[in-house]
Design a protein around this ligand. Structure first.
Ligand code: SF4
Length: 252
C-alpha cells in the first residue's frame, strides 16, 4: 500500500531530463520536513513552513491522499492514461519521498510493470532510504535523481545525508545524478564545501544545481546566483521550468 497525492501528465521541469514529457506520480509522506525552504502554509489556523510540496509531506493533508492497495486496478488505470496520451511517456515518481515505499509490495509491482513495459522511470529522492537491490533487483533499471538536501533545508546533516544509501543507489542503478537546491545565502557561505562533501561519495556522477523557488518571484531572486555558481565550479545549471512557466499552479 502506498499513498498517492496527485498524478498528472506534464513536462519534467528540472534536472537532467528537463524538457521531457513525463507522467508524474506524487507519493505522500516524507522523512524530512525541510522547513528551511520557507514555503509557508496554513493548517488549522497555524502558519507552518516547509518545501514547495508541503501538501505531500505534512500528514495534516493525508485525508486527501489516495490509498493505492490494488496493484491490478492501478496498472489498468495507468494503461488507460497511457492510451489516452498515445505513447509511453517517461514516468517520474516523486513526493514527498517516494522511496519510503521502495519495499512495499504494491509499489514495487507497479514499478516492475512499468519497467517491463519499457518505460523509463525516474525516482526523485532525497537519498536517505537504503534500497535492498538484491531483493528488489528491478530498481537497478531506474534512474535516480538524488536530490540530497543541504543545510539550507533546515535539517541536520545526520538526518539528511546517508552515505550508505547514496552509495548503494549510485553503485547499483543504471543511472543516477545529483541535484542540489541553492539560494543566494548558501552560495555565499557553505554550498561549495557541502556539495564537495556529498559528491565525494560518488565522484563520477553529474551534478545539477537549481535555484530555490516555489514561485516565479523566488526563483528570480536566486537564479542568477546559481547560474554564476555553476559557471565558477563547472556544475550543470538546472532551471525549474514548471515554476518559470506556471508559477505556483499545482499539478502541472
Ligand atoms: S526531502 Fe524533498 S519532499 Fe521531503 S520535505 Fe525535503 S524538499 Fe520536501
Amino acid at each position: 500500500m502506498f499513498y498517492l497525492v496527485e498524478e498528472f501528465f506534464s513536462i519534467q521541469g528540472e534536472g537532467k531530463y528537463a524538457g521531457t514529457p513525463s507522467y508524474f506520480l506524487r507519493t505522500g509522506g516524507c522523512n524530512l520536513s525541510c522547513e528551511g525552504f520557507g514555503t509557508s502554509y496554513c493548517v488549522n489556523g497555524l502558519v507552518k513552513y516547509g518545501c514547495d510540496t508541503y501538501f505531500a509531506v505534512d500528514r495534516a493533508f493525508s485525508a486527501s491522499w489516495q490509498k493505492i492497495d490494488d496493484t491490478n486496478a492501478f496498472i489498468s488505470h495507468l494503461k488507460t492514461e497511457f492510451d489516452t496520451i498515445g505513447y509511453l511517456p517517461h514516468v517520474v515518481i516523486t513526493g514527498g519521498e517516494p522511496l519510503l515505499y521502495a519495499h512495499d509490495e504494491v509499489f514495487y509491482a507497479i514499478f516492475a510493470w512499468l519497467v517491463e513495459l519499457g518505460v523509463s522511470v525516474t525516482f526523485e529522492t532525497n537519498g536517505i532510504i537504503e534500497i535492498n537491490f538484491d531483493k528488489f533487483p528491478l530498481y537497478k533499471k531506474a534512474i535516480f535523481a538524488l536530490s540530497i538536501k543541504l543545510s539550507n533545508s533546515g535539517e541536520s546533516a545526520s538526518k539528511r545525508i546517508n552515505t550508505t544509501a547514496i552509495k548503494k543507489i549510485t553503485d547499483n542503478s543504471d543511472e543516477s545524478f545529483f541535484k542540489f537546491t541553492l539560494d543566494k545565502e548558501i552560495i555565499d557561505s557553505s554550498a561549495f564545501n557541502e556539495i564537495q562533501n556529498i559528491i565525494s561519495i560518488s565522484p563520477d556522477k553529474k551534478i545539477f544545481c537549481m535555484p530555490v523557488g516555489e514561485s516565479r518571484s523566488t526563483l528570480e531572486a536566486n537564479d542568477k546566483a546559481v547560474f554564476a555558481f555553476c559557471i565558477k565550479y563547472g556544475y550543470n545549471y538546472s532551471d525549474r521550468l514548471h515554476i518559470r512557466i506556471f508559477d505556483t499552479t499545482q499539478g502541472v
